[in-house]
Write a protein of this length. Structure first.
Length: 312
C-alpha cells in the first residue's frame, strides 16, 4: 500500500529568499556537526525564517536571523560526544560543559570574518528576558532580537524532538509549555521583587505568537498531505469495489462465458500484488486506512482551533 509523504516542518520555508549564495559557506560549516545537531539547526533556521515573515521583519534581517538560526549551535562541535549525545539527564558538571557551546560558538564566529555577523546568535540564544539565562545573564534590553527569535525556535524544536512528534496532533500541549516561559517567575513575585526584569518571563510573547502562526501553517500542510492520500485511498477503494461488484456478477451468473468475462475484467483492474484471493483483504485495509486518516484530519482541525484560542 502506498504511504503518504509528510515532513513535520513544511517545505514552504526558505524559497522566498535567494539564500543559496549567502548560505553556502555557512552550511558547509554545519557539516562539521553531528547529524542530530545539524538537523536541529536546519529546523531552527526554517522556523526563524518563517517567524520573521509573520513578524514583518525586513528581508535583510530575516536572512540574517535565518543564517543565525543555522549557526546558533555551531559551538557544539567542541562539546564531547559523550555529553552531547548522552540520553540520560546531564549531571551538574556535564551541564556546565554543555553551556559552554555558546561562548565556544561565539569565539569560533569571531575568528572567521564570514561568520562574525552571526556571533551573537551563537552567544545569546540561551539568554532569557528576565536575566535567568546564560552565559551572561542578559535581560531583555540587552538581548539581540535575532537571539530572542532563535531561542523560541530552538526551544520549540527541542521539545518536538524530545516528545517524538510525528504529527501535529496535541502540538498545542508543547505550545502551552512555551507560554509558561512568557510569564514572570513565581519565585520573584513571591519575594515581591518587582523590578522590571523580574516582571518579564524568559521568552518574548510577541515572538511566540508568530510561532503559533507557523505551527498552524505546518498543521494545514499536514492536513493537505493527508487529504492527498485520502483521495488516493478513495480511488483505490472505488477500483476494488468495482472488482468486488464484478465478482458478485460472476457469482450470480450461470453462464461460464459470462463468468469468464467478469473475471477477465477483474484481472485488468488488479494492481501489483493483488489477486482473486487477497483483493477483499486489501479493500478492507484501504477502508481502515481511510477511516484513520479522516479521523486524523478531524483531530488536526481541532488542534488548529485550540492553538487559535491560546493566549500569551
Amino acid at each position: 500500500m502506498k504511504q503518504e509523504k509528510f515532513d513535520f516542518y513544511s517545505p514552504v520555508n526558505l524559497k522566498s529568499y535567494n539564500l543559496d549564495k549567502l548560505m553556502r559557506y555557512q552550511l558547509d560549516v554545519l557539516e562539521r556537526l553531528d547529524p542530530f545537531t545539524r538537523r536541529h539547526s536546519e529546523n531552527v533556521a526554517n522556523l526563524c525564517c518563517r517567524m520573521c515573515e509573520y513578524l514583518r521583519c525586513r528581508q535583510s534581517f530575516t536572512i540574517h536571523c535565518t543564517i543565525g538560526g543555522y549557526l546558533h549551535d555551531i559551538g557544539k562541535m567542541f562539546i564531547p560526544l559523550a555529553i552531547l549525545n548522552k540520553p540520560e539527564r546531564l549531571t551538574s558538571e556535564e551541564y556546565e560543559i554543555m553551556k559552554t557551546h555558546t561562548t565556544l560558538g561565539y569565539q569560533m564566529c569571531m575568528k572567521d570574518p564570514k561568520l562574525r555577523p552571526y556571533a551573537l546568535a551563537a552567544l545569546d540564544h540561551h539568554e532569557a528576558l528576565d536575566g535567568s539565562g546564560y552565559p551572561s545573564g542578559l535581560t531583555k534590553k540587552d538581548i539581540p532580537y535575532e537571539a530572542q527569535i532563535i531561542r523560541i525556535a530552538d526551544e520549540y524544536d527541542a521539545l518536538v524532538t524530545k516528545r517524538q512528534y510525528k504529527t501535529h496532533v496535541n502540538i498545542s500541549e508543547t505550545l502551552k509549555e512555551l507560554i509558561k516561559d512568557t510569564k514572570p517567575d513565581p519565585k520573584f513575585l513571591a519575594l515581591d521583587q518587582l523590578a522590571e526584569k523580574e516582571k518579564a518571563g524568559k521568552i518574548n510573547g510577541h515572538i511566540l505568537k508568530s510561532l503559533f502562526k507557523v505551527v498552524i501553517d505546518d498543521t494545514l500542510y499536514e492536513i493537505s498531505c493527508i487529504m492527498d492520500y485520502v483521495e488516493y485511498l478513495k480511488q483505490q477503494i472505488k477500483r476494488l469495489e468495482l472488482i468486488e461488484s464484478y465478482q458478485k456478477k460472476a457469482d450470480n451468473s450461470n453462464k461460464e462465458k459470462t463468468k469468464d468475462y467478469y473475471h477477465e475484467g477483474m484481472k485488468l483492474l488488479f494492481q501489483e500484488g493483488e489477486d482473486f484471493q487477497n483483493y477483499l483483504q486489501i479493500l478492507q485495509e484501504y477502508r481502515q486506512a481511510l477511516s484513520i486518516r479522516e479521523k486524523m484530519i478531524e483531530r488536526l482541525y481541532l488542534e488548529i482551533k485550540i492553538i487559535k484560542k491560546l493566549r500569551v
